[in-house]
Design a protein around this ligand. Structure first.
Ligand SMILES: [Zn+2]
Length: 413
């Protein structure tokens, strides 16, 4: 297959974007990019989506499957929102039929907004998580997903005891991990320290280490959460220390939010090469605060962007990038639109340790692509339009590994 159009994509070797005014991308039947080059003058292949720019698919490093139907519920801040809105909705995912009715929809929503890779929290229910993996397999999307582990401080309808959780995790790994040549991954997801007993935290960490799985959790989102965590784990030096003390110490750890970390915690995130999922739209909506993105980038920490649906109000990663722009402005520590588009693609692939396969449009990479309508212009004009013209920027097509998962078929000669 060959696709043709304007291409804007991260440089595989540098923190910058390459702008191809008119490029030809050749893709194998297995979905690997073989070449990208300026379109020759005598080329007879038409523009695949006239008026669109072709980008690497967006990487959403943080969202919640069971929160689709509560998206936009203004019942924050965090702990109140969890109690009044999230836990009652997540309890409905005990019913496999209910979970199945939402699983395909959330995959379609991601694909329709150009997201090709996502890191997804399920609920604590094995049946719902199975439904999510089934939908992900059908959708063609690339994903990291797993049970959301909770065994305390929440209603019994949304928790699972540690022994059962570990047994169910092992079954998920057997069925789904590395499925379809590594398109689907099982992830270990202790929701956050407050919802997990020390026993569950430690057991989940050793399970993740044994199977070399990505760990996802929340860290330092809200000041009251930070205060309650310190009270619940008095032996740990700080919030990050709670995770470290229970065995979460390596680069396969993806931490969502990281708004209220001390300088010392940031230094340890960097030294351990942990990754951060920055979720600015959610952070605005719940009044959680603004993460110091500029400092994290400059410290060389791997940062991806996360929609954090359903505290986040959109699946659109360009809109999340726009919120990240605003959050950086609020802090007086600006981050450029170019850097943010880089984070929404390449940054996410690095955060998920998929940097050899996705996040770039270059030979050897998987053809995870999105075509988005954009006005003609310079690189800066196009990037600004992609991020900030919320009413424009229609997603015309989405591909994962060369397979179309959403939108219009490319024009052919
Ligand atoms: Zn979250």
């Amino acid at each position: 297959m060959a696709l043709r159009g304007r291409v804007l994509a991260p440089d595989p070797h540098a923190r910058k974007l390459i702008d191809w005014p008119d490029a030809l991308i050749r893709i194998t039947a297995a979905g690997t990019i073989t070449t990208i080059e300026p379109t020759p003058a005598d080329c007879t292949i038409p523009q695949s989506w006239p008026g669109a720019v072709i980008l690497p698919g967006f990487v959403d490093t943080h969202l919640h499957f069971p929160q689709l139907r509560i998206l936009g519920s203004a019942t924050g801040p965090l702990l109140e929102w969890l109690t009044t809105t999230v836990f009652p909705e997540e309890a409905r995912f005990r019913d496999n039929g209910y979970a199945e009715s939402i699983a395909d929809t959330i995959c379609q929503r991601m694909a329709s907004f150009g997201t090709t890779t996502a890191a997804i929290y399920s609920s604590a229910h094995p049946g719902a998580t199975e439904a999510l993996f089934g939908a992900l397999e059908r959708s063609g999307l690339r994903a990291y997903a797993g049970l959301t582990l909770m065994d305390r401080n929440a209603p019994p309808a949304v928790t699972l005891d540690a022994a059962t959780a570990l047994t169910e995790l092992a079954a998920l790994v057997d069925r789904w991990h590395a499925r379809d040549d590594g398109r689907l991954h099982v992830s270990v997801i202790p929701r956050f320290a407050l919802s997990c007993s020390p026993n569950l935290l430690a057991a989940a960490a050793s399970f993740a280490r044994r199977h070399a799985l990505l760990v996802q959790t929340h860290l330092s989102e809200n000041l009251e959460e930070v205060r309650q965590t310190a009270a619940a784990f008095p032996e740990s030096q700080d919030y990050l220390g709670v995770y470290e003390d229970h065995g979460y110490t390596d680069a396969r750890t993806l931490l969502a939010h990281c708004i209220h970390l001390s300088d010392q915690e940031w230094a340890r995130v960097r030294d351990r090469d942990m990754a951060v999922a920055h979720c600015p739209d959610s952070n605005f909506f719940l009044g959680s605060g603004c993460m110091p993105l500029r400092r994290a980038i400059d410290a060389g920490i791997r940062v991806g962007l996360g929609s954090d649906v359903g505290a986040g109000r959109t699946f659109s990663m360009p809109r999340v990038a726009a919120a990240a722009y605003d959050a950086a402005q609020v802090r007086g520590e600006p981050v450029s639109p170019t850097e943010l588009l880089w984070l929404a693609t390449r940054g996410g692939s690095l955060a998920l340790s998929q940097e050899d396969r996705v996040g770039c449009i270059a030979p050897g990479f998987d053809a995870d692509l999105v075509a988005v309508d954009v006005p003609r212009g310079t690189t800066h004009e196009v990037t600004d339009a992609l991020l900030f013209r919320h009413d424009a920027g229609r997603v015309r097509a989405t591909f994962v590994r060369g397979r179309q998962v959403h939108g219009e078929r490319p024009q052919r000669g």
